[in-house]
Design a protein around this ligand. Structure first.
Ligand SMILES: O=c1[nH]cnc2c1ncn2[C@H]1C[C@H](O)[C@@H](CO)O1
Ligand SMILES: [Zn+2]
Length: 375
């Protein structure tokens, strides 16, 4: 049976300025993928870590160039230099605080930011100390964002386990231990091919027994079997990327669209897709923004969300992601609001807190922007 396609909402595509002012929700952003180049330069000098460039601007360009390789594995190699400067409590706190400042300046009102605690214990920090140091930075940043009396930005941590390592159960337990102190959920990341989600089934079954939340990077560098395992074996609440779900969708010559059983399941169950267009173009998961499956998936009304993945490596921001999507697909304010409400509905925050952000922050601010557009 072919399915119905919707058109982007009527109205002009958003301008970069509107995209910046619009309230935004970010569910997929890596702490170790979003450092300020200047901070890397300063922290590397303190510990004697050798960088490929010592000037901040040149270093930022180096990350973007190296990450633009068409391969996830090469993309991930650039993280050696960010993880190297994230091995002390003060460095983690500073980076976490700066992350909040940068997201707030980008117009983000709610974010879940992830990183792998197991990668930050090289100098002797315990896993608990790593999470505490990041939380301290998030709290400093959130408090500063409320200094004007407004609602500010709300941040939560997601704890990631590296899929090629064997610490996922331990990290899952860490996420449960911290769930009332700033950690909203769990994730697995790293090279996808050769490391299927079921390798970490024990961790996912534990989290389900604990009524806990988790997302899984799946369907980025590997296809449908990875998405199928993540959902049907592991019970993922959301899919990190999930872009290869497009392989289960057929578009006929006459333009009609058919969904395979897995794609239909994902859509029927409103499983959120944490889509990261700029990152996908860099790792080769998509050929360009204009050809990115997000266009079709949005028209098919999958639960699509828009995310940055790694702001440093992909030289991106939520404003930039929305601006490029608006250029490619003609999205207006109504479409941005739809992505944003989708993301807020899909957050690992208690239901009433999600509703409050939608009702008190997102809806009124989009209404105000639409009003100023008409004036
Ligand atoms: O897009 C990604 N796919 C898989 N793994 C990723 C991606 N971006 C970052 N990572 C890895 C590298 C980081 O060191 C780790 C934890 O944030 O997650
Ligand atoms: Zn990611």
């Amino acid at each position: 049976m072919s399915v119905v396609l919707t058109e982007p909402s009527a109205g002009p595509p958003v301008t970069p300025e509107q995209a910046r002012l619009a309230p935004k929700v970010l569910l997929h952003d890596h702490l170790d993928g979003g450092l300020r180049p200047q901070t890397i330069v300063e922290l590397a000098a303190e510990i004697g870590h050798e960088l490929p460039e010592t000037d901040a601007e040149a270093l930022g360009a180096w990350f973007a160039r190296m990450a633009d390789s068409g391969s996830l594995v090469s993309y991930l190699e650039t993280f050696d230099h960010t993880v190297a400067v994230m091995q002390t409590g003060p460095a983690l706190t500073r980076i976490a605080r700066e992350c909040v400042e940068d997201l707030a300046a980008d117009g983000v009102v709610y974010a879940e930011v992830r990183y792998a605690p197991e990668q930050h214990v090289e100098n002797g920090l315990t896993l608990d100390e790593v999470v505490a140091a990041v939380q301290e930075g998030f709290e400093q940043g959130m408090e500063a964002s409320r200094s004007d009396g407004g609602p500010g930005i709300v941040l939560r941590q997601l704890l990631t386990a590296m899929r090629h390592q064997a610490r996922s159960r331990e990290i899952a337990e860490l996420s449960v231990a911290w769930r009332d102190r700033g950690v909203a959920g769990f994730d697995i990341a790293g090279a996808e091919a050769g490391y299927p989600p079921t390798r970490h089934l024990d961790a996912f079954e534990y989290l389900q027994r604990e009524n806990s939340h988790f997302t899984i990077h799946a369907g980025e560098a590997f296809g449908l079997p990875s998405i199928w395992e993540a959902i049907q074996w592991c019970g993922a609440d959301r899919l990190g990327h999930g872009v290869r779900i497009i392989d289960d969708i057929t578009v006929a010559d006459d333009g009609s669209v058919e969904l395979g059983r897995l794609a239909a399941y994902v859509r029927d169950n409103r499983i959120p897709l944490e889509m990261c267009p700029a990152s996908n173009v860099q790792t080769g998961a998509a050929t360009s923004i204009a050809e990115h499956p997000i266009g079709l998936l949005t028209r098919l009304r999958f639960r699509v969300t828009v995310n940055t993945d790694n702001r440093l490596m992909s030289s991106t921001s939520m404003t930039s992601e929305f601006t490029h999507l608006a250029e490619a697909f003609g999205y207006g304010l109504r479409d941005l609001e739809w992505f944003t409400v989708n993301a807020m509905k899909s957050a690992f925050l208690p239901f009433d807190e999600r509703l409050a952000i939608i009702a008190d922050v997102i809806k009124p601010r989009y209404a105000a922007l639409a009003g100023s557009d008409e004036a």
